[in-house]
Design a protein around this ligand. Structure first.
Ligand code: ADP
Ligand code: ADP
Ligand code: MG
Length: 673
């Protein structure tokens, strides 16, 4: 086994590889761009090397800088992760020239699968089923149009050098073909520097089912069963699961053997994935092979109890595969959800910013429950609270993986796990994932690659907005925060008995009330909390309830009227983020007004507590209406507005701004109208 390896990647996959290597006693070297100096993967590795500025071309795609770092650190091998240089045959070849082991297949195998057209020609020879279409060298538009006509519409145009869903166009009929071809070519040229395309029959309700394969340098090849990755947005996976629901053992064997045949055709070594597109009737066709570890490999690990990264290291070190096909089995069901910093309501637009608050469900890193280890929730994360999601890299925050004895149990665990995720600072797809997991189509395993569009109404419901319970929780959290702040100030001032530092700020302040205005989006909500002898009363509009609550380790237990519920409230500046059962509301505190009890001041207009006069809002002789603000007092570090208890005329004012007043001091005289 290697003594030291370098990980040429970042984020969760770099962390994943580092953890596995450490567990094998292998030292790890991280690489980082200037944007990642303080990233989690850097902190986790035994050592780290800077490779350049933030832009990927100059850092994570910079082969020379990465090889130089490997030389300097004395790394014997490089793990490329996924994305970046993982499917770059020139990089794999450059590693070989330097005498460094590339943890992946040989450059020839990468090249054979890197070109989708050439790969399909190879697969055809190996007897692997293909989607009808054209994958030859001829690229003349008129010729391609004839091929498309023959294949029959709808037709899918794909970039031969494509990946990541780029350069793909669906063509519904012959008239649209030439324009779609031109646009696919333009995108392919700018993304891959290669504008060759292939044509495929566009399947109407397909499923994406892929098979995990593994080969070693001794000629052994096995398949580690399949994953269903049908739930996609923009042709990119969002939810993945293993095994594929409804796949019969016979079909599983067929697909597994077809995948092994595909891998054998290129003498494949290491971890690879053969992607198939499957029709609803079960017929399946080769789509492409990814010659690397896949993002969604954890679901395979959860059902087989194997660690694929450890297998990769073993194979790269020349060891034979630890198991034969007949010894491989799986148990239970696993689901992965990819948590992205993106806004589903805005076309899944990526979102950038600082993760000011990040809470993940308690998971066990890299647990393999089917191997008898504890735990059924796994979180593969590349970030910590305080880290920044930058525009330079993929906006994935973490992967949430759950395992259950069967799919229904796994689904329940996924719902619970998603409800435990809290993200403040960037938009995220957490609520969207929760709705998708709970949707009728997904829960009944009615899967196809258009699930998201098909279930649009269910997945993008009209915004329900906050209810009284959330508003009451936010008001309660705000009062608690104010009280805590007053207590902290009292501690610092060193005079705990000073009336200015009374920590019982609001509670004994019977008869007074707080008026709070919260905004959600462009809707404002004005609510009031009254302090009465029997406790707090909360009102919103016409509705009024008794309010009580307590905080325990960040969780608020709120009792509103007859309802009792748990909610987490996180303050970020003037925003309150409320998380309850997987639903996230943001309420911006627009104003707090504290008013003493009107009963207490009727007729007398006395100061309800000792304080300082901040402002006099009226002139002697002024006519005022009931409720008009007259004087603002500062007391207990809060502003209190004294309002007119009835219509009247201001007869006299006894203080000026800046004056200190005692409790009970008459502030002004208001003659009834
Ligand atoms: P990429 O290299 O971008 O991953 P793929 O060839 O793997 O491209 O296709 C990506 C996705 O596009 C698939 O997972 C599937 O959802 C859809 N797709 C690909 N080929 C077809 C097809 N022939 N018919 C219908 N959908 C397809
Ligand atoms: P898989 O096919 O393994 O499920 P994806 O195709 O979704 O995974 O993602 C694999 C790869 O990693 C890329 O194709 C790419 O989308 C992603 N990736 C990783 N890092 C980056 C990055 N810095 N910029 C863009 N894409 C990245
Ligand atoms: Mg693909």
């Amino acid at each position: 086994m290697f003594r030291k390896i370098l990980i040429a990647n970042r984020g969760e996959i770099a962390c994943r590889v580092i953890t596995a290597a450490r567990d094998m006693g292998v030292r790890t070297v991280a690489v980082y761009s200037d944007a990642d100096r303080d990233a989690r993967h850097v902190a986790l590795a035994d050592e780290a090397q800077r490779i350049g500025p933030p832009a990927v071309r100059e850092s994570y795609l910079n082969s020379d800088a990465i090889l130089a770092a490997a030389r300097k650190a004395g790394a014997e091998a490089i793990h490329p992760g996924y994305g970046f240089l993982s499917e770059n045959e020139d990089f794999a070849a450059a590693c070989a020239r330097e005498g460094i082991v590339f943890i992946g297949p040989v450059p020839e195998a990468i090249a054979a699968m890197g070109d989708k057209s050439a790969a399909k020609r190879l697969m055809e020879k190996a007897g692997v089923p293909l989607v009808p279409g054209y994958h030859g060298e001829k690229q003349d538009p008129a010729f391609l149009k004839t091929e498309a006509d023959q294949t029959g519409y709808p037709v899918l145009i794909k970039a031969a050098a494509g990946g990541g869903g780029k350069g793909m166009r669906i063509v519904q009929d012959g008239n649209a073909f030439v324009a779609a071809l031109e646009s696919a070519r333009r995108e392919a040229k700018s993304s891959f520097g290669d504008d060759r395309v292939l044509l495929e029959k566009y399947l109407e309700r397909p499923r994406h089912i892929e098979v995990q394969v593994f080969g070693d340098t001794h000629g052994n090849l096995v398949y580690l069963f399949e994953r269903d990755c049908s739930v996609q947005r923009r042709h990119q996976k969002l939810l993945e699961e293993a095994p594929a629901p409804g796949l019969s053992p016979g079909r599983r064997k067929q697909m597994g053997e077809a995948a092994v045949a595909a891998a054998r055709a290129i003498k494949y070594t290491g971890a690879g994935t053969v992607e198939f597109i499957a029709a609803q009737d079960g017929a399946f066709y080769f789509m492409e092979m990814n010659t690397r570890l896949q993002v969604e490999h954890p679901v395979t690990e959860m059902i087989t109890g194997l660690d694929l990264v450890k297998w990769q290291l073993a194979v790269a070190a020349g060891e034979p595969l630890p198991l034969k096909q007949k010894d491989l089995a799986f148990r239970g069901h696993a689901i992965e959800a990819r948590i992205y910093a993106e806004n589903p309501a805005k076309g899944f637009l990526p979102s950038t910013g600082t993760l000011r608050h990040l809470r993940e469900p308690k998971g066990i890193e890299f647990c393999v429950p089917s191997a008898g280890m504890n735990g059924s929730v796994r979180v593969d994360s590349g970030v910590r609270q305080g880290d920044v999601i930058t525009p330079h890299y993929d906006p994935m925050i973490a992967k949430l993986i759950v395992w259950g004895e069967d799919r229904a149990i796994a689904l329940g665990r996924m719902r619970a796990a998603l409800a435990g995720v809290e993200i403040v600072g960037v938009a995220s797809n957490v609520e969207f994932l929760a709705r998708t997991v709970a949707s009728k189509a997904f829960s009944s395993a009615d899967l196809d690659t258009h699930l998201i569009e098909r279930c649009r109404d269910e997945l993008f419901p009209a915004d329900a907005g906050v209810g009284d319970e959330e508003l009451a929780a936010a008001a309660f959290a705000e009062l608690l925060a104010e009280e805590a702040q007053a207590a902290a100030k009292a501690k610092i001032s060193g005079d705990p008995y000073s009336p200015w530092n009374r920590v019982d700020g609001w509670r004994p302040n019977l008869g007074s009330h707080h008026e709070l205005v919260f905004a959600e989006g462009d809707r404002s909500h004005c609510v009031t909390v009254h302090f009465t002898v029997t406790g707090l009363r909360f009102s919103a509009g016409e509705r009024e309830y008794a309010l009580a609550g307590a905080e325990d380790d960040g969780v608020l237990r709120v009792m509103l009227g007859d309802a009792s519920f748990r909610i987490r409230a996180v303050r970020d500046g003037i925003d309150w983020h409320l998380f309850r059962d997987g639903v996230h509301h943001v309420l911006t505190l627009q104003s707090v007004q504290t008013a003493p009890a009107l009963d207490a001041i009727i007729g007398t207009l006395a100061a309800p507590m000792p304080g300082k006069v901040l402002q006099i809002l009226v002139q002697p002789g002024a006519a005022v209406a009931k409720g008009a603000p007259l004087v603002i007092l500062e007391a207990m570090k809060m502003e209190h507005t004294i309002a007119a208890p009835h219509d009247g005329r201001v007869a006299a004012i006894y203080f000026k701004p800046g004056d200190q007043v005692d409790e009970g001091a008459e502030l002004l005289q208001l003659d009834p109208a």
